[in-house]
Design a protein around this ligand. Structure first.
Ligand SMILES: NC(=O)c1ccc[n+]([C@@H]2O[C@H](COP(=O)([O-])OP(=O)(O)OC[C@H]3O[C@@H](n4cnc5c(N)ncnc54)[C@H](O)[C@@H]3O)[C@@H](O)[C@H]2O)c1
Ligand SMILES: [Zn+2]
Length: 356
């Protein structure tokens, strides 16, 4: 089973076993004199050699950065860029990002800036990077002041996703990705949400990861995100709906000192925000419960950690760039599959004292 999602400038291919033909596909999508595959220290021992071999006689270098968000920095960007310069890479280069969202964002930013921009191909290896980070063209790095504060929009020449590699992914990373897939169902497609309800919990088993259901899930999530970002490339309106669960989720992620994974924090955020939506009369009764039940099926957390009080979360949300003057902005569902619009037609809702 193969599926392709065609965007205006490039194609996203989801195919089991695609990892063994990366080189020829990259050469076709973004021909270059020389290729640099950027990966991280966890992915390299698993897939580095395998991917390099698929390039045959073509000139290709493997550049490995240390794994983890703490290395998605300007320093790593500078090291990788310097390495390209000192080893003689020129304008006729294609960069391949082989890894999760950290590698995708960093390698994408290297590609966006090296020689004022060279083509790059995304080979996402986590569920989150397949269905979220590799779609939309956002690249960048963190700074000590916060996440993703420096970056650029740079669309890939192609995205190549092989669901089979999810078999080596840690379980908590896998279910973290599910939080975003469930979010896609809530914000845009009730049928998809229902399909995930049916396919779980089998989908998160070892066999489930390699199943057609998994391939369909990845494809549908990519379609939903691609559809939203193509209607709103620079984040003015519709793209806001992708923030569902993220206002509370980001605060929870921050207050946990990043001990909660992004997807885990977002799962809690979706439950809390859909509850707020029901209490404000924005969402149909029962919406929050159905979201919660599905998250439980995906073995994701759904309750705020006891250590976190309402006040603390409210303060953390207000320091979020989306908050202003005591009101907190949320993207909220109307029902499963449909987001609510404000009276002005916007997808953001300013709500005061949401936690009281
Ligand atoms: N650009 C965007 O639009 C966008 C959207 C969402 C998230 N992001 C970014 O994505 C990042 C998070 O991405 P992530 O969750 O993929 O994290 P990640 O890249 O840190 O990967 C998670 C862990 O899994 C390991 N790993 C990756 N693939 C593996 C595999 N197949 N088998 C075994 N281990 C594997 C990695 O080495 C890492 O330790 C964040 O930096 C976030 O800001 C970007
Ligand atoms: Zn997210």
């Amino acid at each position: 089973m193969v599926s392709e999602v065609k965007l205006s400038d490039y194609t996203i291919t989801v195919e089991r076993g695609l990892m063994s033909t990366i080189g020829e596909r990259v050469r076709k999508a973004a021909p270059a004199h020389r290729y640099a595959v950027i990966t991280d220290s966890n992915v390299e021992p698993l897939y580095g050699d395998k991917v390099l071999k698929t390039f045959g006689n073509t000139q290709v270098d493997l550049i490995t950065i240390p794994a983890g968000e703490s290395h998605k920095t300007r320093e790593t960007w500078a090291e990788v860029t310097d390495r390209l310069i000192t080893t003689g890479f020129g304008r006729d280069t294609t960069i391949v990002a082989l890894g999760g969202g950290v590698v995708g964002d960093l390698a994408g930013f290297v590609a966006a800036t090296f020689m004022r921009g060279v083509p790059f191909v995304q080979v996402p290896t986590t569920l989150l990077s397949m269905i979220d980070a590799s779609v939309g063209g956002k690249t960048g790095v963190d700074t000590p002041a916060g996440k993703n504060l420096v970056g650029s929009f740079h669309q890939p020449a192609a995205v190549l996703a092989d669901p089979q590699v999810l078999a080596t992914l840690a379980f908590n990373e896998l279910r973290g990705g599910f939080a975003e897939a469930i979010k896609h169902g809530v914000i845009a497609d009730a049928l998809y949400f229902g399909n995930i309800e049916k396919a779980l919990p089998k989908l998160i088993s070892v066999d489930g990861v390699k199943s057609n259901d998994m391939l369909s899930l990845i494809t549908r999530s990519i379609e939903i995100k691609a559809d939203i970002v193509s209607q709103d490339e620079r984040e003015h309106g519709l793209r806001k709906i992708l923030n569902f669960g993220h206002t509370v989720g980001h605060a929870v992620e921050l207050l946990s000192g990043y001990t909660l994974l992004h997807g885990e924090a977002i799962a809690i955020g979706m439950v809390v925000e859909s509850r707020i939506a029901e209490q404000s009369g924005i969402a149909e009764a029962g919406t929050s419960q159905r979201i919660r039940d599905l998250l439980v099926k995906a073995e994701l957390p759904t309750e705020l950690p006891e250590s976190m009080g309402a006040e603390e979360i409210t303060v953390a949300m207000r320091t979020d760039k989306k908050a202003r003057e005591g009101e907190v902005e949320y993207a909220l569902p109307k029902r499963i599959g449909e987001m609510a619009r404000s009276k002005k037609g916007h997808y953001s809702h300013s709500i005061r004292n949401s936690f009281n």
